[in-house]
Design a protein around this ligand. Structure first.
Ligand SMILES: Nc1ncnc2c1ncn2[C@@H]1O[C@H](COP(=O)(O)OP(=O)(O)OP(=O)(O)O)[C@@H](O)[C@H]1O
Length: 248
């Protein structure tokens, strides 16, 4: 299986001194859903923003399909879709015009996009509201429109920051279904979350980041052979804390 996303010793510091993310290495392969887990301030958004090219300077390497953002930024970004935790959409557009705008950028043929939009919008129960201005939408509706605009071009790599926050249970279920369907076609998904139950049920692989360091990573199947993901992570956090204290 081909590796879609690879981080090799990825290190990012905002002040040029203390790293917010420190020597993180991980791989996401075709067909995989990868959960990036961590508390507030652990380094999830910093990693995600670097992967999608919003934060540009870092040490180590980020590869998308074997190419770094340095060597092929446009090519890499064309393969990705990124939905931030608080999507900031063009408020003066209607939902459908925004989705079509993204579909135009990614050159999705009209018949293909019409079918995809219909299907996902129907599942998200937002079809009737797509003609309204985005400025009139609730937070959850904006999130749904952002998600539809990402799924409409079937990205090779979908990157999501806390995608389940703010979605109701029905919409969360639809999102999980769409994520699985996208990966079944050979794409890969990298998403951050602090909800361990979601990660345990949805992900093929996970990594937990704490104070910028990966404290545990691997396949969910292997990690949860003897304990729940929550128990595994709590134990690793305690170990990491004890290590820090012993060095203090
Ligand atoms: N723009 C910035 N300038 C300086 N420091 C920052 C900046 N953004 C984040 N940090 C710091 O980097 C560290 C990692 O933050 P990051 O936002 O990546 O964490 P996170 O895991 O995404 O947290 P959350 O779940 O709260 O979004 C934190 O110590 C944070 O204070």
């Amino acid at each position: 299986m081909a590796t879609v996303l690879q981080l090799k010793d990825f290190t990012k510091s905002y002040d040029g001194q203390k790293p917010a993310v420190d020597h993180v290495s991980l791989e996401v392969e075709e067909g995989e859903i990868f959960g990036f887990i961590g508390h507030n301030g652990a380094g999830k958004s910093t990693t995600i923003k670097s992967i999608v090219g919003i934060l540009s300077s870092h040490n180590g390497e980020i590869y998308i399909d074997g190419k770094t953002l340095w060597e092929a930024k446009k090519e890499c970004q064309k393969k990705m879709a990124y939905i931030p935790d608080n999507p900031d959409l063009y408020e003066y557009m209607t939902g459908i015009s925004y989705i079509n705008f993204i579909a135009d950028i990614y050159e999705v043929p009209t018949e293909v996009r019409t079918e995809r939009i219909e299907k996902i919008a129907d599942a998200f129960e937002i079809k009737e509201a797509l003609g309204d201005l985005i400025s009139s939408y609730s937070h959850g509706m904006k999130q749904k429109v952002a998600l539809i605009s990402a799924f409409v071009h079937q990205p090779r790599l979908l990157v999501l920051d806390e995608p389940f926050v703010g979605l109701d249970p029905k919409a969360s279920a639809v999102l999980k279904q769409e994520m699985r369907a996208l990966c079944a076609q050979g794409s890969a998904i990298f998403f951050s979350t602090h909800v361990l139950e979601v990660a345990e049920k949805l992900c093929d692989k996970v990594a937990m980041i704490d104070h910028g360091h990966i404290v545990v990573s691997g396949s969910v199947e292997e990690l949860t052979r003897e304990a729940s993901l929550e128990e595994v992570f709590l134990e690793q956090l305690e170990l990491a804390k004890a290590q820090v204290e012993s060095h203090a």
